[in-house]
Design a protein around this ligand. Structure first.
Ligand code: ADP
Ligand code: MG
Length: 328
């Protein structure tokens, strides 16, 4: 409940999810308008179906010619490429033809056949995305290639909203773009934020884990979010660029915590593909490359919760039938 003296938070459907922003007492309509106009702009640029947008133009024309894009789209593709290189292609925005084949995130998903996958797999390779930083242009080197920024764009948007908060000297804000959370500023004087990580088995109930943190981005990707079932088998939305099918491993939820929501977003998707062991090995390299404190929480299907080494935040586990590995 919000008292009369406190303006309501605002939420809107965009970026393929519900975008929620709370600016608390400083929540002037003008600030919310600026934030949600920016979200709309990002949605137009990044949505593969909006004809006026850059992603639509890349996917339609970049196999034949260089396509000049906005600074936003260029920045995000550049970061995606960096993360692809660091994760040995586990994160790969050129998975789009496979995303379309599986009809992921639509009302009519389709279980792809081996033959269908085999036909499209040669189109998936981030090394065939060519960027020209001077011209801010994109080229796709193989006919039929397409890109999809669904695994990174919400993180970029969260960072952009945090920048707007900073520009207006907002004291505190919660930004939640469908699991892409940014807690900005201080919750109250010297008080830390509590950010919940959902219970993958009970996503609509109390969170499984409460992370107690200063300003941070906490991004979670869970298999409970977007999936479909056919013949008792569950197919979800994170694809292995190697096999062309939804990733199948021990994981059911991955959270990444760091100050850069775009990096955190791309890493949740990457870590799903890499699995827990490989992701934990990669973390120190990522921290060094980005000169950023990056932490992670992995939730396994068999009720194990793993915190990355030297996990720097306090946390609480709210259910008692889960085993914890690693600690702070
Ligand atoms: P969510 O959008 O639910 O927060 P993610 O951030 O993990 O989840 O992004 C998943 C989306 O990223 C998929 O819907 C798809 O568009 C795209 N995607 C799927 N697999 C990959 C991959 N291996 N690399 C990059 N993007 C991917
Ligand atoms: Mg992601």
């Amino acid at each position: 409940m919000f008292s009369c003296s406190q303006p309501s938070p605002r939420y809107e459907k965009s970026l393929g999810t519900i975008c929620f922003v709370n600016l608390y007492k400083q929540g002037k309509p003008a600030y919310y308008n600026e934030i949600f106009n920016r979200i709309d702009q990002i949605n137009t640029e990044f949505n593969t179906y909006i004809e006026a947008g850059d992603l639509y133009r890349i996917n339609k024309f970049a196999c034949d010619e260089e396509v000049i894009v906005s600074d936003d789209v260029f920045t995000v593709i550049e970061m995606a490429q960096k993360i692809s290189a660091l994760t040995d292609g586990s994160f790969d925005i050129s998975v789009k033809p496979l995303v379309s084949l599986w009809h992921i995130n639509t009302d009519s998903p389709h279980v792809a056949t081996e033959a269908e996958i085999a036909e499209l797999l040669p189109l998936v390779d981030f090394k065939n995305i060519l960027l020209n930083p001077e011209k801010k242009s994109v080229r796709l080197l193989k006919t039929g290639m397409e890109i999809d920024l669904g695994g990174i764009a919400k993180g970029f948007a969260a960072d952009e909203i945090a920048k707007i908060c900073k520009s207006h000297k907002i004291h505190r804000a919660v930004i939640d773009l469908g699991g892409n959370v940014y807690v900005y500023g201080k919750k109250a004087k010297n008080e830390l934020w509590n950010v919940g990580i959902k219970n993958p088995e009970l996503p609509d109930s109390a969170p499984l884990i409460k992370i107690i943190t200063p300003e941070n981005s906490v991004v979670t990707s869970g298999l409970y979010e977007r999936f479909f079932e056919q013949n008792q088998k569950r197919y979800h939305h994170i694809l292995s660029p190697e096999t062309g099918s939804p990733v199948e491993n021990e994981l059911t939820s991955v959270s990444v915590i760091c100050h850069n929501s775009m990096i955190a977003d791309a890493l949740t998707t990457s870590f799903f593909v890499l699995g827990k062991t490989e992701s934990l090995k990669l973390l120190p390299i990522l921290q060094e490359t980005f000169n950023l404190k990056i932490s992670a929480v992995f939730i396994d299907k068999d009720h194990h919760i793993t915190f990355s080494e030297n996990f720097p935040y306090e946390y609480e586990i709210l259910y008692d039938d889960w085993k914890v590995e690693g600690s702070n």
